[in-house]
Design a protein around this ligand. Sequence first.
Ligand code: ZN
Length: 486
Amino acid sequence: MTLVALLLGVTACAGGTDAPSPTPSPAEGSATAAPFVAPELATVEPVMVDGLDVEVTESLADTGYVYVAVPTFPDAPDITQLLRDQIQGRLDAFQQFEVPDDEDVKPELTVSWRLVGASPAVVGVRLAAAEAGGATFDGSAQTVWIDLETREARPVADLIEADAVPELLDRILAAGEADPRIDNQMLHDQMDGELEAFDAVAFTREGDLWVEFDRAQVATSTQPVAVAVDADGLLSPFGEAARDAALEPSDPAIAPAPSPSPTAAPVTTPTAASSLQTQALAGDTDCTVEQCIALTFDDGPVAATMDLLDALAERGAKATFFMVGQNVAANPDVVRRIADEGHALGNHTWDHPQLTRLDADSIRQEIESTSDAIEDATGVRPSLLRPPYGATDDAVAGVAADLGMAQILWDVDPEDWKDRDAGTVHQRVVDAAHRNAIVLSHDIHDTTRAAYPAIIDDLIAAGYTLVTVPDLLDDLEPGARYFNGD
Ligand code: ZN
């Protein structure tokens, strides 16, 4: 609230800011202007935090798609709860949308995260939301700076010395004038007492303040826009600690929570018919002779994907993993094991948007950033794409073809995201299984991971050979869509 009060005071006396700016505004855009270089956010590689994992909340319902990811820290459920709390209101509001029946593109909420600071003193997380309802689209971002001494999320204003706020606001206005992406009238309007405009502050790679505005706050782009502001003389001691955590990050090694939140009840594993047999390794299988099935697992990897890999390895079964890039970056060791054990690597985009809503450049960026992360982890670049929600069109097919990737859909769906019950998932997969099927499941759910040992046993007992998608489909054509091996 301090920030609001000071903000109003400063705006009232910000007299000289109507003078012509040295750089043309976007409306006057000029090809001769000095090239503008957008500031780059300082981020921390998730692998720097030992034991960091990902928690995903998802809905694949036709009435609205949700993919919300937040990081989890070992033994610190309270820290993850602070992050959940930041987005819960948004999630609740989204789920009350009225859904138009005739929309090809479904309402959607995607929240992705980046670490923007990590040290034993402070952890910073940037949460970016993309929300679409019908034809509207809203891109926004916020940062959560968690004081590890008090284990509380501190407001952005705590990064700044209270008496330095007027100077900060002057510097934001000056930065806006030097930035051709910024509409300075919109920026001035934002400065008129909206604390929400200041819920996303982090640091650039040079150590300047990164002050980020939501879509439509200071520019006409659909994405948030950030300006860089010299931080000298502005930072509080907490702000200095946050900057250190951004520029020279270290493992926070968070101590266990003082009073741990209750953990979820253990999942009941259905009794496995335990006559196991080992089958031939993938690659040696001729699916014109064998009765093949391709199991596919989407939306991970998470640390617990290791349990599923154990179950597959114990039974000599192969599968295909369609992975989300930000989760690959958080769990590269899981991805390496997936590759090492002969499973197929698939691309499920960076943060799980409905690709039919994006332009070709954005589609390409979603896919390539994820392939980069998978290649960094394994040395292998995936040639299989699964568009989130199975939502695809000519534009998606065109980019996939350009990138040499086939689109892999499915024809068996146990709806394991909806019914979180291992017995139900087990029954549906086994009932719907057929030769050359591609089975969709999600390894982010404990109920799904619990279901699979028995599913694999039953399928093998029924005479199926469990193979990767490339084994099931010999000649994959880039851009083409496949639902099964028939
Ligand atoms: Zn998915």
